[in-house]
Design a protein around this ligand. Sequence first.
Ligand code: ATP
Length: 323
Amino acid sequence: MEKIKKIGVLTSGGDAPGMNAAVRSVVRTAVYNGIEVMGIRKGYNGLINGDIFEMNARSVSETLQRGGTVLQTARSKEFATPEGVARAAEIAKIFGIEGLVVIGGDGSFRGARDLAKAGIRTIGIPATIDNDIGCTEYCIGYDTALNTVKDAIDKIRDTASSHERSSVIEVMGRDAGYIAVMAGIACGAEAVIIPEKKFDFDEDVLRPIIEGKNRGKSHYLVIVAEGVGGALEMAEEIEKRTGIETTATILGHIQRGGSPTVDDRVYASEMGLKAVEALMEGKSNRLIVMQDHKITDIDIDEGLAMKKEMNPDLIRLCKIMSW
Ligand code: ATP
């Protein structure tokens, strides 16, 4: 097998803290192994438009601790068409890019699969704060987002318990309630409402608040995932039905930013290294994932077919801890 000479790296879809650590790892692993590495700006858009530049070990200095992505990211409608993929593959070939590392979510991996079919070797690295990719226990950015949510809720709680208030807090998670459930355990929520589980307002929200009050609690926390939404209406209803002053806070985009945590930096570094090593071994159409706490690689199509179920033990833990 001929040694791979030149690779590319891009970030795609929603940004996530730790993407820079992954880019840095890809660049430095490549340089360490004598492989040329090209940075591609703004995801697949940049590939189609030839927004491509040469990187070296120093190009990624001072990026490890920064949130967001220095390569910038985008959602490209044009790329997600057969013509777009063909054009992207052609540009990659013109630049001599034999292998591509795609850092993003499952939409980005569908693009990587299409590019692999068009003759560009691709390896995906999961990065999305929602942690909603079925084939991996861990996605880059999730741990930082969770810690941001924890800090925000702790602050809201300080003021709320001084006034015996109830707080409804909306956190990220369009299709997955992982941030909501983990924050519920870490911050002590009375109720957690997630997209994976139908909820009944009286039973799942009002009852735990009223029972908590009867057990002598001074603060009531309800966490709602973005995919369910309706935090403002929920707060109004709680106040109307219980007489407890209730505020609503939508945490929004603060959950995307910030300096990545140690976990996000270390796992992103490990995944970047594995991605380049996979390309060096001649692999393509693979995802770097965490399974049973180990970083390994699996076929993209197999990975995309896997669904992430919410672990019912986590919901049970959250409920018992709120007692
Ligand atoms: P996040 O989880 O943060 O949303 P993502 O990678 O899932 O990240 P998407 O917007 O779904 O984000 O996908 C990113 C890009 O990948 C899209 O803009 C598009 O160019 C490409 N893409 C998405 N779906 C497909 C598909 N089915 N086929 C080819 N390319 C796709």
